[in-house]
Design a protein around this ligand. Structure first.
Ligand code: DAH
Length: 340
């Protein structure tokens, strides 16, 4: 019996030696389990208890309880010691509050946002008010009302993503014209920037891109107003005296319709690779609002005339900032973004 008791008592000392070098709570708890756990050293010794005469058992039991208490106390004391070491180290840390802060890089607007705001601003100076429409629109607003009925061949150039047969991701910002004319009385002057979607994907085309749509409707709007407006915009946007030209073209929603070219901003018109040695670069479409579109939008085409235009904003920014791939706008690569 006395052997057993002295062995139990030794466990207290042994535990103290084991945990003395341990410096983290997990290791200390693991060591504690090796002594007090179900298969721990204390339990192992207690298996001997059954071999003793009943009269001696209470004494051994008391010794076991004592060693258990000792181990628990040692554990708590060591953990407390460690906590104090950590707290002391924390307090000893010195912070130099006069140290200058590490610089945090300032963000800025994306090139396309800058260009969009600037373009809208230029038109605002001419009396155009910004308008917006949803990127998911009805087939009617995007096509039908703009004289592009279901089987019209011009729809081929604007294949899009269909949400349902009657709901599409808009292929151009022209439906904003329809939405505006249906809800506002002339005189109308709007400039509508926004994302548009098409089934297109190559270095100069992206399935999502940004257009800038303009519409002016009044009692005496003429083709020369259109030309003057576009010329003013190109000069202001490129800050150079660049010419524009309007080439006859077909868009179902305007009559006459035109392709808008500007003098090449790289070579100034003498011819280079960018303008394919023509001296001109296409920037959008334009024309006089077709009377059918007026009729669809409940505007009296005997009383009112109007011009409309649509331009690609990525294109404009590419020309002005020498961006060589449309994907650069959307990849989020800081090496590109930080340049502007
Ligand atoms: N919506 C046409 C397109 O995306 C561009 C366009 C052409 C817009 C002529 C117009 C316009 O407003 O009059 O291809």
């Amino acid at each position: 019996m006395s052997d057993l008791i002295s062995n139990l008592e030794k466990l207290g000392d042994e535990f103290g030696t084991v945990i003395a070098p341990l410096a983290d709570e997990q290791a200390i708890r693991a060591a504690q389990a090796q002594f007090l756990g179900k298969k721990g050293k204390v339990s192992e010794l207690m298996k001997e208890l059954g071999k003793l005469p009943p009269a001696e058992r209470p004494l051994v039991g008391a010794a076991a309880n004592k060693v258990k208490a000792t181990i628990e106390e040692l554990t708590a004391a060591r953990l407390n010691e460690l906590a104090q070491i950590v707290a002391r180290a924390d307090l000893a840390r010195s912070v130099d509050v006069t140290l200058p802060a590490r610089p945090v890089g300032g963000g800025h607007l994306h090139l396309l946002s800058q260009v969009r705001l600037e373009a809208v601003q230029i038109f605002a100076e001419l009396g155009f008010v910004m308008a917006e429409g949803p990127q998911i629109d009805t087939d009617w607003n995007n096509f039908e009302a703009l004289a592009l009925p279901k089987e019209h061949p011009a729809r081929d150039m604007q294949d899009t993503f269909y949400i349902s047969p009657e709901i599409v991701l808009r292929t151009h910002t022209s439906p904003v014209q329809v939405r505006t004319m249906l809800t506002q009385e002339p005189p109308i002057r709007i400039i509508a920037p926004g994302h548009v979607y098409r089934r297109d994907d190559d270095p100069t085309h992206s399935p999502m891109f940004t257009q800038l749509e303009g519409l002016a409707v009044d009692t005496d709007i003429s083709f020369s107003d259109l030309k003057g407006t576009l010329l003013h915009f190109v000069k202001r946007f490129f800050q150079r005296d660049l010419a524009i030209r309007l080439r006859p073209s077909y868009f179902p929603f305007v009559e006459p319709g035109a392709e808008v070219d500007m003098q090449c901003s790289f070579c100034g018109g003498s011819g280079c690779r960018l303008c394919k040695f023509t001296g001109w670069i296409e920037i959008g479409g334009a024309g006089m609002v077709d009377p059918d579109v007026f009729a669809n939008c409940r505007i009296d085409s005997e009383r009112y005339t109007g011009f409309a235009f649509g331009m690609g904003l990525e294109r404009m920014a590419m020309l002005r900032h020498n961006v060589t791939d449309i994907k650069f706008y959307y990849e989020g690569d800081l090496r590109f973004l930080e340049q502007f």
